[in-house]
Design a protein around this ligand. Structure first.
Ligand code: N01
Length: 543
């Protein structure tokens, strides 16, 4: 077919297209589907060997989504909703990847995607009004539109610890986990990093390991997930009510159905607050976020909830010193991504699971045989697992040259932090579109909802341009500045910027610090996008 030819043709040559889509995670997959449906000649470019994005790469033990499947799944196709059946409330990585594959098979997405291929540069050709996108085998795709669905979390970040390259044992990175099972049952294993990823790895690896050393710098708050297998009656109910569930999700702050409230913490008497916290703890998941309205804005309310969770940690962990070290202090709860777990704290009661508190004794270096702490302790290891996170939000778009009009390089434009219009497009970069960009809700709401909403917005824009006979779009610098003002104003009001996290760029040396995500919630974000489109996209310049 012509579609297939676009993908296979032209290695080392030049191929003319309507659009290139970079990335085949959930955002890129949906973009490929929608653009192709419009009759556009497109190719998707994906570095991985198949679809799925983070779920293709992150095969580490315990990998699981902390959003419920009823939220974390495509809503655009009632057929897919009915044909696919989830087995658990919170799905594990193999099931999510199977779902991505199911969708790709059903929509024949792979016909339009080139895998094992990395984009090396994208340059706007002003004379010819097109993007020239080069990939690592030298093929050049020339396309009217360039759609970047490169993901907010796709560039792994190694820890900056001397000696890492000299480690002689087995080295595993969470985000590039091997495609086969790894047996740790007789091994001395170390893990660096206790964010969402590290916590998930601990709960799984600790079940069957020789000796396990968890190197913790900043402890994270983690809450009980209370995952459940889904029984057939419940699945049937969900399938009968998807439309309503999706509508509720789209009207919510997080792009997902969960309790919410307008009740501030101190509006209730202490006994009732306590009861609500106990209920949230028992209910599990992100129930806490819907318990009090001011958790992310009132430091005193936040601290009381944090103290409640710390007390729970103390109840679970037997060794008082370990319990104390596991209790997060010095930053607000929910300012780092709240983790959800199954028996995380319980694992530290096992005799072969050891917490190494790096706040007391930091890592001095990694040696060929293990880890040496500043105090002189040597921890001998057969295997070392890195769960040290990502160069988030901007990493993937800074990994290759993106050059707009007049030779402007995105790396320069973003040298003081990510700035864009609605998180979707960039002044000076015509016909460039970002799916789940750094200045939208990105990591703060259900990313599949964001992906769908972003791509739908792009398609409506393309319809408008087609109807009006327009060739290029681009936001005005004023529109971009106005959006960023709003982003910054909202960011100042939340506690999210009060912890040293990847949210604010704190985990990458030299990166400009600051919260560049839209913190106003998913539904508000959708309203802003709708307003921007109404009245003929008055903040865009068309040529
Ligand atoms: O990465 P992170 P992640 N020495 O940046 C530590 C999503 N996600 O991959 O905080 C010692 O959160 C670092 O310590 P510190 C989710 O959005 C979702 O875990 O810098 N430690 C920290 O503990 C999440 O927010 C799911 O003191 C070092 C850890 O490495 C995002 O991905 C699952 C170190 C990095 O934590 C990223 O999570 C997984 C050093 N030199 C991920 N350098 C679910 O849906 C770094 N660290 C459930």
């Amino acid at each position: 077919s012509e579609i297939g030819e676009l993908v296979s043709a032209g290695r080392g040559e030049t191929v003319r297209l309507d659009a290139v889509v970079v990335g085949a995670g959930f955002g890129g997959m949906y973009a490929v589907h929608r653009l192709r449906e419009r009759g556009m000649r497109i190719v998707g470019i994906e570095a991985g060997g198949d679809v799925g994005g983070v779920w293709y790469w992150n095969r580490y033990p315990g990998a699981r989504c902390d959003l419920m499947c009823v939220d974390y799944s495509y809503s655009f196709s009632p057929e897919i909703e009915q044909e696919w059946t989830w087995s658990e409330q919170f799905a594990a990585q193999p099931e999510i990847l199977a779902y991505a594959n199911f969708v790709a098979d059903k929509l024949k997405l792979r016909d339009s995607i080139r895998f094992n291929t990395r984009v090396t540069g994208a340059v706007w050709d002003e004379d010819r009004q097109l993007w020239s996108v080069t990939v690592d085998d030298g093929t050049v795709y020339e396309a009217s539109y360039c759609v970047l669905a490169t993901g907010p979390l796709s560039i792994p970040k190694d820890p900056e610890i001397p000696g890492l390259a000299d480690f002689g044992g087995e080295l595993y990175r969470a985000q590039k986990w091997p495609h086969h099972e790894v047996d740790f049952s007789t091994k001395r294993v170390g893990l660096i990093g206790t964010g969402s990823t590290g916590i998930q790895i601990v709960t799984e690896v600790a079940k069957d390991v020789g000796e396990f050393y968890v190197f913790q710098r900043t402890p994270s708050f983690t809450l009980p997930m209370r995952n459940d297998k889904l029984d057939p009656d419940y699945v049937e109910e969900i399938k009968a009510h998807y439309a309503g569930l999706r509508a509720a999700a789209n009207a919510s702050a997080l792009g997902g159905v969960r309790p919410s409230t307008t009740r501030p913490y101190f509006s209730l008497p202490p006994r009732q607050r306590r009861q609500l916290m106990e209920d949230a703890w028992r209910m599990g998941g992100h129930a806490f976020l819907g318990t009090f309205s001011d958790l992310l804005t009132n430091p005193d309310a936040n601290e009381q909830v944090a103290e409640f969770v710390r007390a729970k940690i103390g109840e679970v962990v037997n060794d008082p010193e370990t319990a104390e070290a596991l209790k997060p202090k010095g930053y607000p709860i929910f300012a780092r991504r709240p983790c959800l777990d199954t028996d995380y704290y319980e694992m530290f009661n096992r005799p072969n699971v050891h917490l190494v508190d790096l706040l007391k004794d930091p890592i001095a270096e990694i040696t060929p045989t293990g880890v040496r702490l500043a105090g002189g302790t040597e921890v001998a290891l057969d295997a070392l697992i890195l769960a040290t996170g990502y160069d988030g939000l901007t990493g993937a778009m800074m990994a290759f040259d993106i050059v707009g009009r007049d030779g402007a390089n995105l790396r320069d434009k973003w040298s003081h932090g990510a700035e864009s219009y609605l998180g979707l497009m960039l002044a000076g970069f015509p016909n460039l579109f970002m799916v789940c960009g750094a200045n939208g809700p990105a990591a703060l709401a259900n990313i599949i909802s964001i992906n769908e909403q972003n791509v739908n917005w792009l398609c409506a824009l393309l319809d408008h341009m087609e109807a009006e006979g327009l060739g290029t779009f681009e936001p005005t610098p004023q529109a971009e500045a106005r959006w960023m003002d709003l982003v910054h104003t909202l960011a100042e009001k939340t506690l999210l910027s009060k912890a040293q996290t990847w949210y604010v760029g704190a985990n990458v040396t030299g990166k400009t610090r600051g919260l560049t995500m839209f913190t106003g919630g998913f539904s508000k974000y959708c309203e802003h996008c709708a307003t921007a489109a109404a009245g003929g996209y008055s903040e865009l310049v068309f040529r």
